[in-house]
Design a protein around this ligand. Structure first.
Ligand SMILES: Nc1ncnc2c1ncn2[C@@H]1O[C@H](COP(=O)(O)OP(=O)(O)O)[C@@H](O)[C@H]1O
Ligand SMILES: [Mg+2]
Length: 344
């Protein structure tokens, strides 16, 4: 569990420190006081990535050079400094050259009122969901994702040239393919493992008759090397790499109809089920539940669903819950409450 979290030059915070307890911790405060930022900091501390953005530069407090997150998780002292010029990691005060050991310390699952975008927005949001879980399940995934992005960006840049230099372009095929295969295989395994868990969670929260289902739809349907090869003319025409896992989809259905056709309430229940399934999967895989970060998700749920959701959370998990209204929490909840105050 996370016992202490300190942030410096992090979003709206110059410096902020909080202590947490096992079980339920609630951050209460008006809009704009930094509740989401605190949860984001906990995620960054454990996973070195923000659940909100892929660009850490925007997390650094305006007019500052770099941010610091520092905390204790299961007794391990984690420290991460980030600026655009350099990153620094330390585990128990020992500087780390790679993130491997550091990332073994803990896992998180993030629930947010913006999660409904997983149903409503483009494929990128669904890929980010798969990536967020897969990077925690499978240590090689994180590196594969980075390698893939790098090869893709280089390849696309070369494809933009007035006369594409194919020899140079093909030099990036091999790294693209080998990283891409890891992404595709892990995503397939992840979705297969998530599916029954999500269907169970979905029944439990909603008691819904309509069945939740989803499938992984790799963009490269044939073998990726053959698909990449076959797409050469199309790549040249569109001046970008047109096949590969950067265009993968997770197709979501409710009662066999596209989830986008569901009501607002149905869509929110669906994404809750996905997040819960991911938390349960991480718990099953690592033998310990992830740290749960619940950002402002109670406002749009009725009391029955709020209570059902809290009951579905992995037992013995630690939760950080951000809310503007304390009344939205079930009255019986035994929680450590932290009130955020306006700084002035
Ligand atoms: N990089 C940044 N530097 C300074 N302030 C920021 C930065 N990013 C966001 N903010 C501000 O931080 C404040 C807190 O945001 P947030 O954590 O979303 O609050 P809450 O969740 O409590 O509503 C917002 O007013 C936002 O404008
Ligand atoms: Mg917020």
């Amino acid at each position: 569990m996370l016992t202490k979290l300190l942030v410096g030059h992090f979003r709206c915070f110059e410096r902020f420190e909080a202590d947490f307890q096992p079980g339920c911790n609630v951050l209460v405060g008006a809009n704009g006081l930094g509740k989401t930022s605190m949860l984001e900091a906990a995620c960054l501390l454990l996973r070195l990535q923000s659940p909100r953005t892929t660009r850490l530069a925007e997390v650094v407090r305006h007019e500052q050079r770099g941010l610091l997150v520092d905390g204790f998780f299961n007794g391990a002292h984690l420290q991460f400094y980030y600026s655009t010029e350099r990153k620094k990691l330390a585990l128990d005060s020992v500087e780390q050259r790679t993130a491997t050991e550091y990332l073994r310390c803990g896992r998180v699952m993030w629930f947010s009122n913006a999660d409904v975008d997983i149903v409503r927005e483009g494929g990128e949001v669904r890929r980010r969901f798969m990536d967020f879980v897969a990077s925690q399940m499978e240590p090689t995934y994180r590196k594969a994702l980075r390698d893939y992005d790098r090869a893709l960006r280089s390849r696309n840049l070369l494809l933009k040239a007035p006369i594409p230099a194919w020899k140079q372009i093909h030099a990036f095929d091999e790294p693209l393919l080998s990283a891409g295969q890891i992404l595709m295989q892990t995503r397939q395994e992840l979705v297969t493992a998530l599916r029954p868990l999500a269907q169970l969670s979905h029944n439990n929260i909603s008691g819904a008759r309509e069945r939740l289902d989803f499938t992984y739809q790799p963009n490269a349907t044939a073998a990726f090397p053959a698909a990449l090869h076959a797409a050469q003319a199309e790549d040249a025409r569109l001046r970008q790499t047109t096949v590969g896992p950067h265009r993968d989809e997770l197709s979501l259905t409710l009662a066999t109809r596209p989830a986008t056709l569901g009501s607002e309430g149905q869509q929110r229940t669906l994404v809750l089920a996905l997040r819960l399934a991911a938390a349960n999967l991480l718990e099953a895989h690592f033998g310990a539940p992830p740290l749960l970060l619940l950002d402002d998700i109670f406002g749009e749920l009725d009391l029955a669903r709020r209570t059902a959701l809290l009951e579905q959370l992995p037992k013995n998990s630690q939760q950080l819950i951000a809310t503007t209204q304390r009344e939205w929490l079930p009255p019986a909840l035994n929680a450590n409450v932290l009130e955020l105050q306006r700084a002035d």
